[in-house]
Design a protein around this ligand. Structure first.
Ligand code: ADP
Ligand code: MG
Ligand code: MG
Length: 950
């Protein structure tokens, strides 16, 4: 029966998908699947297994096999459909084919376990019984939806097929049964389009061209002088069906399948197949979802939102996913089906309107909302359909939300006793704290800017950048270093890449649950959607609004919190929280600040790790302290040498031919350093401050520009040639591994001496002020690999400390320690700890030296490594636990074996990364030190790490 399909030149997509279905159909031999491993077992075990075959199909409905705890096996959608059915919510019956089948499918050349066919047929029979309809029946056909659903929801990444089971015969049966031929043909044309697209591969040629089915629909409407889909009559739709089928035939040279089981297996194969389509792969990479998980397939009886004006379809959040407010939030469309709401074909209505328009259903929905929140104890994102006033829930999941909403919902649900404090802390992605801190438009600049339109606020924050119309342009411009705003009529999963490169996203169609809005919320991107007054013309590359014509490359600004759109660039300003922290706004004036404060307070109660910051200036230090930093974990002294006149003294020092000259130059630098340290000590007001001695290779300070070189020569009274000679002499093939770190101080002890003196003299000064400040310097020697290196430098530091103490009469409470940033240091940590009083893991260098990989040169192969999953993530963003991480745990262990109370911290960029913070917690470090803006994130991440391991 399928041969007719296969005999001709079928498109690759179908061949792949249908062929496997056939395989299971034409080969109904055994009931028990026997994967390779099992064949070797004894006959007895095989028999036991035969009695209890692996379950591949899980029903929900009258009988429910699954539950929300089974998401690994059933996917998130399937597991929650089961859970909802089990607690008595109105869910159309159906069944889930487990993710194990997906795994099997890819392990076995896209074939299914041989039992699957019979299991599916039995499950269909069960649904037929519950619905009192028969699949493929000419009089009263059962129609099905076939839906994907992975462990983690991947919105819009996989394909759904509705109204499956319609063909030229059953459509007539449906028309008669419902006495509504328009409805029947509406379902049929939708089914053909979805099936044609998803299963048979009839798709637009490229991003700029239209969907071929939509094009036919538009053409027909045009011919008939109609504008809305809803104006099309049964006969119009019948005509459309004819044209759709013709399109498929001409594109694929096969007919649209009439056999309902062929349809079903084609759809199932397409869902499994979509697990490895490009957009799914990109999505998984972005969210580090392992390929092995696979997707489940949900087959479910259809309910119909397109049966007339007392029917509807919609999506709702139990709270506002943009700002977290405790109100039902969402959209619906009357007399519509499935994806109409999200696809942006018609502009949907706000749920609030339903209270008036469909009061009964609105009440039902509110009841469901309360029940769902009470049961799932989190904000839910649900999909529903109303069929002749009867409400059905088709999906629920924990709703994606903006960072702001995550915080507000967690705090308020805790206050409402729907969750406890620990749960609340775990529910807030640490990174989302950022959303309370991101800049907003500078109020004055915003007032002065020209508003050209308004859309729906779908992703809060302020974005300003060049207009681009395609994902490609977004990528290109952003690679050129430009900030861009991606402007599209609506977005599809193919735009994901472009969205990643954009500062903000603007769409002219679609509501707050459109693809653009959904993805923006997840990416934390600024988004304004459904700006109906904005006209976008892809061909001419123009955006027109309120009489203003903007072109690709012009500036546009969007406010994702209000929905406003502005022509031209706008400067941005500090967030409310920052203004409160800086004293520019009273705490009581800002709800955002209250949320921030509450969450930080809770986090501090639960974390064990201390949070420090990497700061080189008093201003940075003050900001970090306002954010909650408990010390400085890394002050890079080299930054202090670049400013103003100092660079010249620094250059003089480097160019010096002997120690006498060098000391003369260093003497000039000393007061600058001293002043800087004093400022830092004051800003930190008694908190520990780790200062790293000079680290980078000297030639970094020398002028590489001809003009600057000449000026310097005159200033220092030397010849330009002399400078050139020194530059040449200092040149290194591989400066990262050259004369830097402690090697500098060993070569030129007077540098270390000067820095130590500056530190202690500054400490003495601050400690003897009228209002004295306690100072706890921790002096850190960089790039140590040998105990002797460390000892050499430590001796100098102690000597200088003694000298300054003697001269000033101040007693110093200080530590000397080392950075661990080469593998040798980690491995010999027991020896280093004989001298070092603390270790700080410099994980940037440690990653470079451990992986033999330069962070600045990984661009050429990084993408490939990610795609091949050689790197699970960027090792410079998140600690490579099994490599670098193992060196860290080794160093911790060995360091403590020598010096049990050795102080341990990390100061690489990893210290601001939640996953790495969890690692540091588990490794038993005392603190993490991150950049000032990440301090709040680190506080929360540290609490989450503690809760996870508790
Ligand atoms: P996604 O994962 O992209 O959300 P779904 O599998 O949830 O895809 O399906 C998308 C939409 O299709 C649903 O929101 C719903 O409107 C419609 N749909 C799915 N199954 C059914 C069904 N059994 N009856 C009616 N509509 C359905
Ligand atoms: Mg859905
Ligand atoms: Mg380093």
């Amino acid at each position: 029966m399928y041969n007719s399909v296969l005999s001709r030149d079928v498109g690759e997509a179908i061949r792949g998908r249908v062929a496997h279905a056939i395989d299971t159909h034409s080969n109904p031999g055994h009931r028990v699947s026997m994967p390779a491993k099992r064949t070797s077992r004894t006959a007895k075990t095989a028999r036991t297994l035969a009695k209890r075959p692996t379950r591949y199909v899980y029903a929900f409905g009258e009988r429910t096999d699954g539950s929300s705890a089974m998401r690994d096996l059933l996917g998130g959608k399937g597991a929650n459909l089961a859970e909802m059915a089990a607690i008595g919510l109105p869910v159309p019956p159906g069944f889930t084919i487990s993710t194990e089948v997906c795994t099997y499918f890819y392990d076995n050349q896209r074939r299914y376990p041989s039992v699957l066919k019979a299991d599916v047929e039995a499950a269909i029979a069960d649904v037929e019984r519950q619905q009192r309809k028969v699949f493929g029946d000419a009089d009263d056909p059962l129609l099905l939806s076939v839906r994907s659903g992975a462990r983690e929801s991947m919105p819009g990444m996989m394909d759904t097929i509705l109204n499956l089971g319609l063909n030229d015969l059953t459509v007539e049966g449906l028309a008669k049964r419902t006495a509504n031929p328009r409805f029947a043909y509406d379902c049929y044309r939708r089914f053909i389009q979805m099936y044609g697209d998803v299963v048979m591969g009839v798709q637009p040629a490229n991003q700029e061209s239209h969907d071929p089915f939509d094009a036919l629909m538009d053409a027909l409407k045009h011919e008939l002088h109609k504008t809305q889909d809803t104006e099309l009559t049964a006969d119009d739709l019948k005509e459309l069906v004819k044209r759709y089928k013709k399109l498929i035939r001409s594109r694929k040279r096969v007919d649209f399948p009439q056999d309902v089981y062929e349809q079903l297996w084609g759809a199932i194969g397409a869902v499994f197949g979509s697990w490895k389509n490009e957009r799914a792969i990109i999505y998984r990479q972005r969210y580090s979802i392992p390929t092995e998980w696979g997707t489940a397939v949900n087959v479910q009886a259809m309910v119909f939102g397109n049966l007339g004006d007392d029917s509807a379809t919609g999506v709702a959040f139990t709270r506002d996913p943009a700002n977290g407010e405790n109100v039902i939030y969402g959209e619906y469309l009357v007399n519509a089906q499935g994806e109409d709401v999200v696809a942006g074909v018609r502009t949907p209505k706000q749920i609030a309107e339903m209270e008036r328009e469909m009061p009964e259903s609105y009440k039902d929905l509110q009841r469901v909302r309360a029940k769902l929140e009470k049961h799932f104890r989190d904000m839910q994102d649900l999909e529903f359909t109303i069929e002749n006033r009867r409400l059905f829930i088709l999906q629920t999941r924990n709703g994606k939300r903006t960072g702001l909403a995550a915080i507000r919902i967690a705090v308020e649900m805790t206050e409402e006793k729907l969750m406890d404090q620990r749960t609340a802390l775990r529910k807030i992605p640490a990174e989302s704290i950022d959303s309370l801190l991101v800049p907003v438009f500078d109020a004055r600049a915003q007032k002065a800017a020209r508003v050209i339109g308004r859309g729906l606020p779908a992703g809060p924050g302020a974005a300003s950048g060049l207009i681009v119309f395609t994902a490609n342009a977004a990528e290109q411009e952003s690679r050129r270093g430009n900030r861009v705003v991606l402007c599209r009529m609506e977005t599809s999963p193919d735009d994901l890449r472009g969205m990643l490169y954009s500062q903000g996203i603007l769409t002219s169609r679609g509501g707050v649950s459109s693809h653009a809005a959904l993805v923006a919320r997840q990416l934390g991107k600024v988004c304004v959607c459904g700006a109906t007054n904005v006209m976008i013309n892809y061909e001419r590359k123009t955006l027109t609004a309120d009489g203003v014509v903007l072109r690709e490359g012009d500036y546009i600004s969007i406010d994702g919190s209000t929905g406003e759109i502005y022509a031209g660039p706008i400067d941005s300003a500090d967030s409310e929280v920052k203004r409160v922290l800086n004293g520019a706004l009273a705490p009581s004036e800002s709800y955002a600040y209250r949320l921030f404060h509450t969450v930080m307070d809770w986090a501090d109660k639960h974390r064990r790790l201390k949070i420090r910051t990497n700061a080189d200036t008093p201003a940075m230090a003050e900001q970090a302290v306002a954010f909650g930093a408990e010390g400085i974990g890394l002050c890079r002294t080299e930054h202090m040498f670049f400013e103003g006149d100092r660079i010249d003294y620094m250059r003089q020092m480097i160019l010096a031919v002997d120690e006498v000259q060098r000391r003369a130059a260093l003497k000039m630098l000393l007061p600058f350093q001293k002043k800087d340290f004093a400022g830092l000590f004051k800003a930190m007001n008694g908190r520990p401050v780790t200062i790293r001695l000079l680290d980078p290779p000297l030639h970094e300070f020398l002028p590489h520009d001809d003009g600057v070189r000449r000026k310097l020569a005159i200033k220092l009274g030397v010849s330009p040639e002399f400078i050139m000679d020194r530059i040449r002499a200092l040149h290194e093939e591989n400066p990262m591994l050259g004369c830097r770190g402690c090697r500098l101080g060993i070569l030129y002890p007077e540098i270390t001496e000067m820095q130590a003196r500056a530190i202690f003299e500054a400490a003495a000064q601050v400690m003897t002020m009228k209002k004295p400040v306690v100072v706890k310097p921790e002096i850190m020697i960089p790039l140590v690999g040998f105990k002797a290196e460390l000892a050499d430098q430590v001796t100098i530091v102690h000597r200088v400390a003694r000298e300054v103490a003697q001269r000033t009469g101040v007693k110093f409470d200080y530590l000397v320690g080392t950075m661990i940033e080469v593998p040798r240091a980690a491995i010999t940590a027991d020896e280093l700890a004989e001298v070092a009083e603390f270790f700080s893991f410099g994980t940037n260098d440690l990653t470079q030296t451990t992986l033999g990989l330069s962070r600045d040169d990984m661009g050429s192969f990084f993408e490939t490594y990610r795609q091949k999953e050689i790197y699970q993530h960027n090792p410079f963003a998140s600690i490579d636990e099994s490599g670098v991480g193992r060196l860290i745990t080794t160093a911790v262990e060995r360091g403590r074996s020598t010096r049990p109370n050795i102080k341990l911290g990390i100061c690489g960029e990893h210290a601001g990364d939640p996953a790495s913070i969890a690692f540091c917690h588990a490794a038993g470090l005392d603190y993490v030190s991150c950049s000032p803006p990440r301090v709040p994130i680190a506080r929360l991440a540290a609490a989450q790490a503690a809760l996870k391991s508790a």
